[in-house]
Design a protein around this ligand. Structure first.
Ligand code: ZN
Length: 240
């Protein structure tokens, strides 16, 4: 079985469509949350994922767009974007997001947006944070997002190490315990503006990171046309 895993799409339709185009013949689509907010296409992105039958979890920006008080933690431009998203989301977009759980077990994998310690809040950026999350979930295979940076955390003793992905090269999972982050489709933050996604091959026991070029200028133009903060357009060009 081949599964495409996306995270942090952030209402960026050209980026998601480029990933869909690049991923051929998968059996399922999973996501790790932050489907909406920041970007200009919340309804279109949710419709696309709904059409793909994608399953996944709630992100902090999805929760904020649905009315959660987590918006109070946002910086000014994130706050402005969230109010924009709240006003424009269609009722069926809202209903699809409201059905997302904070964590899920799908096909033997555990999914969460931030961490299993704090699903909507914690950024897993360091080995000790990854190890703590893996200990709490107890799952051998798990996925997360939130940082917008691809990571392949592998459990070593009581700790963890980052077995860095090489783009396009299948990472052999073997019998180890993993906490994988596919990176961000719609707002990468690792100085690489290309959309990121992961393809799991459960027969081969591998995870392969993809980076996909998309029409950044189109999303930037739509952000500016929508009246969203221009910094959200600028950052897409540099992947930060
Ligand atoms: Zn995000």
């Amino acid at each position: 079985m081949r599964i495409a895993v996306v995270s942090d799409v952030h209402a960026n339709l050209p980026a998601l469509d480029a990933v869909i185009e690049a991923v051929d013949a998968v059996d399922a689509w999973w996501h790790c949350g932050d489907v909406v907010d920041y970007g200009p296409h919340p309804d279109e992105v949710v419709a696309r994922l709904r059409d793909l039958g994608a399953r996944g979890v709630l992100g902090n920006h999805d929760a904020a767009a649905l009315g959660s008080s987590v918006i109070e933690w946002f910086n000014p431009y994130a706050h402005a974007a969230c109010l924009w998203t709240r006003e424009r989301m269609a009722p069926d977009t809202r209903a699809w997001l409201e059905a997302l759980p904070e964590s899920a077990e799908i096909g033997g994998w555990a999914l969460v947006h931030g961490s299993f310690r704090k699903p909507l809040e914690e950024y897993v950026e360091y080995p000790d944070e990854a190890a703590a999350s893996m200990a709490i979930s107890g799952a051998r295979l798990a996925l997360h997002g939130h940082t917008h940076v691809p990571r392949a955390w592998r459990k070593v003793g009581r700790g963890a190490t980052d077995d860095r992905f090489s783009v396009g090269v299948p990472l052999a999972l073997g019998g180890d315990t993993w906490f994988l982050n596919p990176g961000s489709v719609g707002q990468p933050r690792d100085h690489d503006p290309r959309a990121a996604a992961l393809v799991l091959d459960t027969d081969a026991g591998t995870a392969t990171l993809l980076r996909v070029t998309y029409d950044v200028a189109r999303t930037q133009a739509d952000i500016r046309r929508a009246g969203l903060p221009s910094v959200l357009a600028d950052r897409l060009g540099v992947g930060r």
